[in-house]
Write a protein that binds this ligand. Structure first.
Ligand code: UT7
Length: 334
């Protein structure tokens, strides 16, 4: 049975750097508060007219494909993870397909809505398609533009300071080498928590999906029960990582590199301590990019790989937690 290996990685972040000091000019917040509570120093915001959710993902994908030594014509499937697609419908996956110039080939494009866990969910889907032998090359993209949908008044400051824009991509390729590639993925969700971190409008179940009232009262902006999310995250990250380790017979000490979803540096630190991992075995970059949701793991993984922190033969652990709630983990033998 073939397994799926990550054959190439790439990321793209918009050039516009927004610091905590910049945000403090727009709302009642401070560099000190944001750094202390989240570790974030700056994030990127897209440039309207230049960056789109799809074209940011496409830029990341082109780098990933070049590194994998394949071209768009080799792709069997595109999986696109985002919480803020370019259009209400269709999803951004078909736009990537068009931008890659392969629309005429009928390559399928699958959009998934799993927020911060989008990349892990997508990785698991890609892995299943490759394991069954149906596909040999899957392009997986996580891309987010948050800044167009954030509340820059004091009401939204708890959420707004955390999020940034960016995209990452991976090419998953079939390999026949035993023990190589994605060893396991574990996925979970808890729908009871759906409204704890959510954007409630536009809404398909309201008489009109978008109204002036929704705009005026701020229902179009994300809401988050921050403390509740924090508590769940700190519990679920280690739990789902241990689930994957136990199922494969590994222990935390076997992990060579851990790439957590970049939600909050305090969450990543708490998880690192529970797993008893030394600092050098964890890669964080939330300081530079904030939380880029589905983009966060592929951006951090690409960066870690570029820095030589992920090497041939390493056991790499990925884990994420976010809106839904959804959470998951993956173990990869590089
Ligand atoms: O991928 C999952 C995505 N989400 C997360 O991972 C978020 C998880 N949660 C968190 O990271 C934290 O809960 C936050 C960073 C969002 C907030 O930190 P906290 O320590 O839980 O603060 P808090 O919400 O309890 O708020 C403390 C104070 C409040 O003021 P009072 O009531 O004590 O007077 C807030 O109104 O901080 C205030 N506050 C702010 N002050 C300055 C909230 N947001 C801000 C802000 N700047 N941006």
């Amino acid at each position: 049975m073939p397994s799926a290996k990550i054959a190439g990685l790439g990321f793209y972040v918009p050039e516009n750097v927004v610091t905590n000091h910049d945000l403090a000019k727009l709302m009642t917040t401070s560099d000190e508060w944001i750094r202390e509570r989240s570790g974030i120093i700056e994030r990127r915001y897209f440039t309207p007219g230049k960056d789109t959710v799809a074209n940011m993902g496409t830029r990341a994908a082109r780098i990933a494909m070049e590194r994998a030594g394949i071209g768009p014509d080799d792709l069997d499937l595109i999986i696109f993870a985002t919480l803020n697609p370019d259009y209400m419908f269709p999803g951004s996956g078909v736009l990537v397909q068009r931008e890659l110039g392969i629309s005429g080939k009928g390559v399928p494009a699958l959009d998934i809505r799993n927020q911060c866990s989008g990349f892990i969910y997508g990785l698991s889907i890609a892995d299943q398609f490759i394991k069954t032998g149906m596909y040999r090359h899957v392009l997986l993209i996580g891309s987010e533009i948050h800044s167009s949908g954030l509340d820059f008044s004091d009401k939204g400051r708890d959420v707004t300071v955390l999020f940034g824009d960016g995209a990452g991509a991976a090419v998953l390729a079939a390999t026949e080498e035993p023990g190589r590639g994605v060893l396991i993925t574990r996925l979970h969700a808890d729908g009871e928590q759906a409204e704890q971190l959510a954007v409630l409008a536009p809404s398909g179940h309201q008489p009109r999906h978008l109204t002036h009232e929704m705009i005026d009262d701020g229902t179009i902006y994300p809401v988050m029960n921050g403390r509740h999310v924090f508590k769940f995250a700190v519990e679920k990250f280690p739990e789902v990582i241990m689930e994957a380790l136990n199922a494969t017979g590994f222990t935390p000490a076997d992990i060579d590199m851990f790439i957590p979803h970049q939600a909050n540096l305090r969450i990543a630190e708490a998880v690192r301590k529970v797993l008893n991992l030394p600092e050098e075995k964890v890669h964080n970059n939330i300081m530079k990019y904030g939380n880029t949701t589905a983009g966060s793991i592929p951006i951090a993984l690409t960066e870690a790989w570029e820095m030589g922190k992920v090497k041939e033969g390493d056991l790499v652990c990925l884990a994420a937690f976010g809106s839904g709630f959804t959470w998951g983990s993956a173990l990869i033998r590089w």
